[in-house]
Design a protein around this ligand. Structure first.
Ligand code: TRP
Ligand code: ZN
Length: 868
């Protein structure tokens, strides 16, 4: 690095000097030298005759202004400055780019045999010199030229307006997108595909053509994506009153993709993982993931595309809101409780961990070196929690009024997070001034709650204290506006009405100060309190629950989420107790009553099976790691294992009975069938630890008629280190070795193998013909799962796991920095571990820091971590 990369600050935002109202692009596609011609209508907005355009890795061929060759320009690192310009002009720029050698998968690149683009966040500048910022909105047209037999489909945003044949076997298609958009929403795809076609009639009666493009031979894996798309379009009309606005909606599935999917206007590009599925190749989790991601990208059409972001610091404006919308979509179509549980697991696990790491940032960051580093759990998932809190404070009706006002004010423009909150506040009349701190403050608040019953007054006092510990980039913390949803129960399970000063109050308490005491009156007996119902705020709750109270809530709480949460708090108590027992040489302790409480849930046939499966799943090792400093990975692993073993033994008969009863003859993919499979396979994971586990798992593998049951058998064999593991793994890879997407499941099992020599296994697996570090999905499955989900081996005391991570990161720094930058996260958290591990982890970061060509992505994270 000749010069250290420079940070940009949110406070420095300046509106652009010029705008571009129209751009006509022509792509003459060739693997190593594609020529891009961009003709733009440019208009001065501020007194300035110089135009600075963004551009990276471009070969500039020519510049013309109003049709004349222009030599008044200067090319510098990352930009082109054109000077002595008139107020309004037509700018023509020709550049040459190399899609074939583009392994970073940003800008125009080749995925398998097809050309595709990824422009968010700042990839368009790898296509041509441009005002590559989201507050410059232009009407785009694109003409795509390529060989006709190799690339019969030439796609871009909007409507097809022209096509024809050219010399040398080439052809062209021209597309016109009527909606002005920022460059990050531009897309181009050229290739040969199978196409699944359908149509959708909007509520106002317009017909929309729906087309899903997949690799040849994959048509039988595109159905679920199409169903999900149609469901999304319908849901957005019904719940948000929002209709689609073009005559065509296209989705292309590609194998090489850095993220999940991209919402380019009218032409979504998807990681094939989130499109392709059939019962043989995909698990229920894959099906639900497809539904969520198809929904997410579709919902962006309004929250992201029609109203976009003023600058990238505002990313959560579109992402937090769109995640909230996709979560609601999945919850309305499936089980609300199970969706909430899974979303909360992400917040309490990896998001809390991120918020406590050197990369901690507010949902609206203040300082960015590489924007790609801020597509985070904080911006997306915590961002969605912030929207959800507003929904809780306003209620559905006022929230929808706020959405309506937001679109009235900002449709067709680039907006800010403040604009969104202002619309919510103005439409509802609810003061959100203090609430806005959630946008600027990072870190996870702790809510300490103490309850005190006064027998003689019949009052119940609830003392609430909030505090947010300092984070690396922000030391001073202020109190936040925290909606705290509570319920009080009498011993017979009935609800005690909440009354303050003799008046009935709602369930959601508005915590705004550091300390606050609520006195509830007319409380006839000592209540059991259910706190933070529905996880009404992304905070850590501290309340001294007894086992009895938690077991009571597991039975009597009025909503599923609260019952699940009680079960998790109960498990957490025993996990913490046993980690400390183990560290001080004391024996393992687990209460029979608690085991009976779990038995009660399993035997309660009034509960949804999918929900029971969630109650019976232990918190993951990463979430547990967040409760300790320093983290003792070996103790945590051993305690989680012992608790699982204890539940398996004590519930053995009931687990076996449920396993038998829940068997389904035929495979179908609906929420009821998915729930039954989830619970049955949860039972299997316990039964695998018992005496006949090997036979049972082996038999399930042999008789499975769908991928969910196949994978459940394989992962049980993997986790319980069963004798049949090797045989199952071999059988699976013999069957699927040519199919990268299916093999990703196998790679993930290799990565998470609990055997002692797991690292050797991972290194061997890298030589598998289907593995490639150039493919992000393969890399994440094998390497990502080793780094993130194999704590005992990754954190091996000899540092071998860290050394391995360092080697991989060095290689990916050159080929795909964006993927490298996601993989590095576990290393950044070295402060959480013991002295010896800290030294070894830091050594790898220092090696990276001293690299000459360290990409911005890694530079930003490594320097922050080393400053900590
Ligand atoms: N906007 C995309 C989404 O959330 C995210 C995305 C897809 C992305 N590809 C990317 C972000 C590449 C940065 C870089 O749906
Ligand atoms: Zn998104």
């Amino acid at each position: 690095m000749s010069q250290n990369p420079q940070a940009k600050y949110r406070k420095d935002y300046q509106s652009p000097s010029h705008t571009i109202t129209q751009i006509d692009l022509t792509f003459d596609l060739h693997d190593k030298n594609t020529v891009v011609t961009a003709i733009s209508k440019v208009k001065q907005l501020k007194e300035s005759t110089t135009l600075d355009l963004d551009g990276e890795q471009l070969k500039l061929l020519s510049v013309k202004v109003d049709g004349k060759e222009w030599d008044k320009f200067e090319e510098a690192e990352g930009k082109l400055s054109i000077s002595e310009l008139p107020e309004e002009f037509e700018l023509q720029i020709e550049t040459e780019i190399n899609p074939e050698d583009n392994t970073a998968l940003e800008g125009l690149y080749k995925s398998g045999g097809a050309y595709c683009t990824q422009c968010e966040a700042e990839g368009f500048r790898r296509i041509t010199y441009y005002l590559d910022r989201p507050d410059v909105l232009a009407v785009f047209s694109s003409t795509v030229i390529a060989d006709k037999s190799e690339y019969p489909f030439l796609l871009s945003n909007g409507n097809r307006v022209d096509e024809g044949d050219l010399d040398n076997g080439r052809h062209f298609v021209k597309w016109q997108d009527p909606h002005p958009k920022p460059a990050y929403l531009f897309a181009l795809v050229a290739g040969d595909f199978d196409v699944l076609k359908d149509k959708y009639v909007t509520k106002s009666g317009r017909e929309v053509a729906l087309e899903i493009f997949v690799d040849k031979g994959n048509l039988n894996r595109a159905n679920h994506a199409m169903v999900s798309l149609i469901n999304s379009m319908k849901w957005d009309e019904e719940r948000f009153g929002l209709e689609y606005d073009l005559d065509i909606y296209m989705i292309v599935a590609v194998d090489f993709f850095n993220m999940g999917a991209m919402e380019n206007k009218g032409l979504n590009v998807f990681n094939s993982k989130f499109v392709l599925a059939n019962e043989e190749t995909a698990t229920d989790t894959d099906y639900l993931g497809i539904e969520a991601v198809i929904g997410h990208e579709y919902f962006h059409n309004w929250t992201g595309n029609r109203v976009t972001c003023r600058d990238w610091f505002q990313l959560s404006l579109k992402e937090g809101l769109t995640v909230f919308r996709d979560q609601e979509f999945s919850s309305d179509l499936g089980s609300r409780a199970v969706n909430r549980i899974n979303n909360v697991r992400i917040i309490r696990g990896p998001q809390f961990a991120e918020d406590a790491s050197p990369m901690s940032h507010p949902i609206r960051p203040d300082k960015v070196i590489e924007m790609n580093n801020f597509y985070t759990l904080t911006v997306y998932e915590k961002g969605s929690e912030v929207i959800r809190m507003m929904h809780t404070l306003l209620g559905e009706e006022n929230f929808q009024k706020g959405m309506k006002l937001y679109f009235e004010r900002h449709d067709g423009t680039a907006a800010t997070c403040d604009d969104f909150v202002a619309a919510m506040q103005d439409a509802s009349g609810i003061d959100l001034t203090l609430f806005k701190r959630w946008y600027s403050q990072s870190g996870t608040p702790t809510l300490k709650v103490v309850g005190e019953y006064n027998e003689s007054d019949k009052t119940f006092a609830l003392k609430v204290e909030q505090a947010t510990p300092p984070t690396q980039e922000q030391v001073e913390k202020l109190p936040l506006h925290i909606p705290l949803d509570i319920e009080l129960y009498a011993a017979d399970g009935t609800i005690i009405e909440l009354q303050c000063n003799g008046e009935k109050v709602g369930n959601v308490l508005d915590i705004k100060e550091e300390n606050k005491t609520y006195i509830f009156v007319n409380v006839s007996e000592k209540p059991v309190v259910s706190l933070l119902r529905e996880f009404s705020a992304p905070v850590k709750l501290e309340y001294d629950y007894s086992d009895q109270e938690l077991m009571f809530l597991m039975v009597h709480a009025q909503n599923d989420f609260a019952r699940w949460d009680a079960s998790q708090i109960l498990l957490a108590k025993y996990i913490k107790l046993n980690v400390s027992n183990l560290q001080s040489g004391k024996p393992f302790e687990f209460s029979d009553d608690v085991q009976d409480a779990f038995r009660g849930v399993l035997l309660n046939d009034k509960l949804e099976p999918a929900f029971v499966a969630e109650v019976l799943s232990l918190p993951g090792a990463n979430e547990v790691a967040g409760w300790f400093k320093p983290v003792d990975v070996d103790a945590i692993d051993s305690v989680l294992h012992n608790i699982k073993q204890a539940i398996a033994q004590s519930l053995a008969d009931e687990l076996a009975a449920s396993y038998a009863v829940l068997a389904q003859k035929d495979y179908s993919i609906n929420h009821d069938a998915i729930g039954k499979r989830a619970l049955r396979n949860r039972c299997l994971s316990y039964l695998a630890c018992l005496e006949h586990g090997n036979e049972l798992v082996h038999a399930q593998y042999k008789t499975a008629n769908n991928m969910t049951d196949t994978m459940a058998a394989m992962s049980s064999a993997n986790q319980a280190k069963l004798a049949c593991r090797g045989e199952l793994m071999e059988d699976f890879s013999a069957k699927w070795e040519k199919d990268g997407l299916v093999m990703d499941k196998w790679f993930a099992l290799q990565g998470t193998s609990p055997v002692d020599n797991a690292l050797d296994l991972v290194r061997e697996t890298m030589a598998h013909p289907t593995f490639s570090l150039k493919n992000p999905n393969r890399t994440r499955s094998l390497i990502g799962s080793f780094l993130n989900n194999n704590p005992v081996n990754f954190h091996a005391k000899d540092g071998s796991g860290y050394l391995f991570a360092g080697e991989i990161l060095k290689e990916l720094n050159d080929s795909n920095p964006q993927v490298a930058s996601r993989l590095i996260d576990p290393l950044l958290k070295f402060k959480n571990y013991d002295e010896q591990r800290q030294v070894l982890m830091k050594a790898e970061l220092e090696k990276l820091a001293s690299m000459e060509n360290l990409a911005k992505d890694l530079y930003e994270k490594v320097t922050k971590a080393l400053e900590s």
